[in-house]
Design a protein around this ligand. Structure first.
Ligand SMILES: C[S@@+](CC[C@H](N)C(=O)[O-])C[C@H]1O[C@@H](n2cnc3c(N)ncnc32)[C@H](O)[C@@H]1O
Length: 286
């Protein structure tokens, strides 16, 4: 570690990032995350963070404000359905008996299986569920929805502007598009340095989504930042790989953990955690 330690307290954070860049210079891209372990490592990451609860609370509030009429939701990049299951449970627990339609799309079959099982476990007759193993561009969806949501999936699309337009086209007039995506803050600075490119593009962050809304002339109703914290001091190597979106090589774990220590802040219990904000954009189909 001594060869990568920064020289003064004022340059600690930038120094650790520079040290990581230096370690990577002249080497090829790191391996990306494998589909088979992605959902498992994501779940382990979420267990160390309060972010999913904050997102669930925010989105459940938005759904509740839509009233008790029949509702349909399309979740793009639904993953294992942990978040969608909570949202769907909230919709069916409102006891209105109104029909709830919930469609999930994810390219990974294992995730779609888990999404389907999570929804089935709700055991709600009024809940109609469909799931597609597909990326958003290829999904065989031929209906419109009251809500289309992308929770932490917009990073991976080929073209953010085209995706926003296509998502709006899947909404009925008055329907709402919600995009939850991280800004390129302290944690994601590591993604910028370490993650391999995705099919010809880097991972997108919330500034890219904001620009695509502006460039596309799409009015944003509101943007909310949810200030989450994640306890990466106790994270396994696999969870660190998920956090940086790359399979790290052994010499990188020390500097990555040192950087995460340097950007950590005390939580309400005084324990140090890494800031892990997420922005939620909302737009209405006119
Ligand atoms: C970080 S996970 C989020 C999962 C879930 N929305 C949640 O919040 O727990 C991102 C998901 O996006 C999916 N994904 C990646 N590229 C996609 C694409 N082009 N279209 C749809 N989903 C995609 C991944 O397979 C993964 O399950």
């Amino acid at each position: 570690m001594s060869n990568i330690a920064p020289t003064s307290s004022t340059d600690t954070v930038a120094g650790f990032l520079d040290a990581l860049r230096a370690l990577r210079r002249g080497t090829g891209p790191l391996a990306g995350l494998e589909p088979d372990s992605y959902a498992r490592d994501h779940a382990a990451f979420e267990r160390l963070s309060d972010q999913r609860s904050l997102i669930a609370e925010d989105l459940a509030g938005r759904l509740a404000r839509m009233g008790d009429r029949p509702i349909s939701v399309l979740s793009v990049g639904c993953g294992d359905g942990s978040l969608d299951g909570r949202l769907a449970a909230g919709l069916v627990q409102r006891k209105s008996g109104r029909p709830v339609r919930y469609v999930g799309i994810d390219p990974w079959p294992g995730s779609v299986e888990l999404f389907t099982a999570t929804m089935a476990a709700l055991g709600a007759d009024e809940l109609s569920v469909e799931a597609h193993v597909a990326s958003f561009d290829d999904a065989p969806v031929d209906e419109t929805f009251d809500v289309v949501l992308f929770v932490h999936s917009m990073y991976y699309v080929a073209d953010v502007g085209a995706t926003l337009r296509a998502a709006l086209n899947l909404l009925r007039p008055g329907g709402e598009l919600w995009v939850a995506i991280a800004p390129s803050a302290a944690l994601n600075a590591l993604v910028g340095v370490l993650a391999p490119p995705l099919e010809g593009h880097r991972q997108w962050f919330s500034a890219d989504v904001e620009k695509a809304f502006v460039d596309g002339g799409i009015a944003v109703d509101d943007v909310v930042t949810l200030d989450a914290l994640v306890d990466l001091a106790s994270a396994s190597d696999e969870v660190l790989d998920f956090a940086v979106q790359a399979r790290l090589t052994p010499e990188l774990y020390g500097p990555v953990r040192a950087y995460l220590g340097a950007v950590s802040v005390p939580g309400s219990d005084g324990k140090l955690r890494v800031p892990h904000p997420v922005d939620v954009f909302a737009a209405t189909r006119r």
